[in-house]
Write a protein that binds this ligand. Structure first.
Ligand code: F6R
Length: 240
């Protein structure tokens, strides 16, 4: 795993958005894997700005999102709504080419990704407990897209997006760890000191207790951290 520590989240968003823009220029029918949450918001803003400036054409792009809540009563907190309002409504991607796992399609989601040609770049955030997608600690590294129960920690962390913690859904559908590892390239972004322990574990374990540590067996992963998220890593690991 390649580690890049940058001073600001804006610098990270700039580099990561360049990768997506360059991919789409080189491969107009690329397949991109997308994440929600607060971490990728700046990257999506940067993609929108560059796409406008450089007239980037997303009309043949397919996207597959990592996860979606189940039994969610607040559509404005659904990941579909998040993606529409932070990215899809501002680029010319076709909505029918944007895919989310659901209770209905999750058994076929891995096959759909394969049929589309496989994910060229998968973007990930990381949970404070080391989760990727909604693969909580304990999830098998061989897992495919599946239904999962959220851990207390995740429900608590996600409560900031809801009016009340009782409204946070307790289950979700998520790409599995194996689904994620089948991507050709993986970019994980970690921001803030709340992620420092998870990033430390990612580099120092290979264990289901830290789902992100599964990434160490993939040969094309870059982890972008700000200084706070990298603060527990040994100095010799950290290059600017
Ligand atoms: C979201 C996702 C989650 C988040 C993680 C970090 O689609 O899969 O794994 O990436 O919970 O969330 P934020 O970025 O809000 O700290």
């Amino acid at each position: 795993m390649e580690l890049k520590v940058l001073k600001s989240s804006k610098d990270i968003a700039d580099l990561v958005s360049n990768e997506f823009i360059n991919l789409i220029k080189e491969k107009p029918n690329a397949v991109i894997g997308l994440a929600t949450g607060s971490t990728p918001i700046e990257t999506y803003e940067a993609i929108i700005n560059k796409a406008k400036k450089e007239m980037i054409d997303f009309s043949s792009i397919q996207s597959f999102n990592l996860d979606e809540y189940l039994n969610n009563q607040d559509f404005s907190q659904s990941y579909r709504y998040f993606m529409d309002s932070h990215l899809f409504d501002y680029i010319n991607i076709k909505k029918e080419n944007t895919h989310f796992p659901s209770e209905e399609n999750y058994k076929n989601y891995d096959d759909e990704i394969k049929k589309a040609g496989g994910i060229d770049i998968q973007l990930l955030g990381i949970g404070a407990n080391g989760h990727i997608g909604f693969n909580e600690p304990g999830t098998s590294f061989d897992s495919k897209t599946h239904i999962t129960q959220l851990k207390e920690k995740t429900i608590h962390d996600n409560a900031r997006f809801f009016k009340d913690i009782s409204l946070v859904p307790t289950s979700a559908v998520s790409m599995g760890i194996n689904t994620i590892l089948n991507s050709k390239r993986i970019i994980l972004i970690a921001l803030g000191k709340n992620k420092a322990q998870a990033i430390y574990d990612t580099f120092n374990k290979y264990d289901v207790s830290c789902p992100a540590s599964s990434l160490s067996k993939h040969n094309n992963v870059t982890i972008y951290c700000d200084e706070e998220a990298a603060s527990l890593l040994k100095k010799e690991l950290v290059h600017e």
